[in-house]
Design a protein around this ligand. Structure first.
Ligand code: GLU
Length: 369
């Protein structure tokens, strides 16, 4: 498994507050620069990287010359609001020195549960990666407080890994990996069941500036494992950590995926997700989807029904009404009614905008036969 990590072409790299602060608790710009150098190394080696970074509260506290983490949520949110701009400024100047653009993405966990927002966030991040920019994600602390309260972005990072269909999720923290109470470092966790067994023997570690401990990391790891994404938990103070992970070295703790990423998604699409409508296609489009493994384009659509919206699951049927595929649709019913039968190149002039060429992208489609 370790050796296969050099084939992981899309990483979500979660940078914890502890990685960005000194032992005295102050924000350490030099640590951020080292992280950025590693991200640049990865990008130059053909890896797309989405950074999920904490540190806004720590930077806000530093700015206000506070040494103790505030105890009320509004004060924490205020610190984050002061620190977030500075955090992005630090990322932007470090990345731009290496010739890259950093892009701020503020997300909330409940926002990602909304299909429309999920698809919007996904499309934006895909577009940024295509442009060669580096998305830097944090929780939108003004409107959401889940991570401030519990997680230091651990759960958010797992959700982002799911969102962008990452091939690897890396948690960088100030510890070498997953330790048991007796200080044994666990190098490999093979399954969610094994993880559950270990969970009651975690080595506790508390820090003044963050709340996310090993518990939330393990919860997040479980989510990622179940989505088919491997996770490496490693020490962000090691200035070559990303390079070492990429080379397949035995660093940190590796959590094996419980299933294949594509099969987890395909299973969900085929069995769990409920369909909000139907798109009927001509024989050419049916062949393109089934035999040629292509995406669904508007040109092959004959009609549609149901009140589906952007990001909903739709059934795809042939003229006889047989459902042969399901997928996440990029356009609402109202939009499909206007563009059905039309070429992708005509979408922008008909709607006044074009979200994507595909009605349903191949990656979001499962053929049922
Ligand atoms: N969004 C928070 C930050 O950037 C998460 C970390 C925390 O809760 O300390 O600081």
């Amino acid at each position: 498994m370790r050796q296969q990590l050099n084939k992981a072409k899309r990483w979500v790299m979660k940078i914890g507050t502890s990685t960005l602060t000194t032992s005295g608790g102050h924000f350490a710009h030099e640590n951020l620069e080292k992280i950025v150098s590693q991200v640049v190394f990865l990008v130059q080696h053909g890896v797309q990287v989405v950074v999920v970074s904490s540190g806004a509260i720590a930077l806000g506290m530093d700015t206000l010359k506070r040494t103790r983490r505030p105890t009320t949520l509004p004060e924490l949110q205020a610190c984050a609001a002061i620190g977030q701009g500075k955090l992005m400024k630090a990322y932007e100047s470090a990345f731009s020195r290496a010739g890259y653009h950093a892009a701020q993405i503020l997300l909330t966990q409940d926002g990602l549960q909304d299909r429309k927002r999920y698809v919007n966030a996904k499309n934006t991040i895909e577009a940024l990666l295509k442009m060669g920019a580096i998305p830097v994600v944090n929780e939108n602390d003004t409107v959401a407080t889940e991570e401030i309260k519990f997680g230091d972005n651990d759960v958010l990072a797992a959700q982002v890994a799911n969102l962008v269909e990452a091939s690897l999720l890396v948690f960088l923290s100030d510890i070498d990996g997953f330790y048991l109470r007796d200080k044994t470092l666990i190098h490999q966790i093979q399954s969610p069941a094994e993880l559950k067994e270990y969970a009651s023997h975690i080595h506790p570690k508390q820090s003044e500036k963050t709340v996310g401990g090993m518990k939330t990391k393990l919860e997040a790891a479980q989510t990622a494992m179940r989505s088919g994404i491997p996770i490496v938990l490693a020490n962000g103070q090691d200035t070559h950590i990303a390079e070492r992970i990429l080379k397949g070295e035995e660093v940190g703790s590796l959590f094996h995926p419980a299933t294949q990423k594509s099969s987890a998604r395909q299973k969900w699409l085929a069995h769990s997700a409920s369909s909000k409508g139907t798109i009927t296609v001509d024989p050419g489009a049916r062949r393109a989807l089934t035999a040629d493994k292509r995406s669904l384009l508007a040109s092959g659509v004959l009609r549609c029904s149901g009140n589906f919206k952007l990001g909903d699951v739709v059934d795809v049927t042939d003229e006889a009404g047989g459902v042969f595929a399901r997928g996440l649709v990029n356009y609402s019913r109202e939009e499909v009614l206007k563009i059905q039968g039309q070429k992708a190149s005509a979408i922008a002039s008909i709607l006044g905008y074009k979200r994507s060429d595909e009605l349903v992208h191949r990656n979001n489609l499962v053929v049922l036969e």
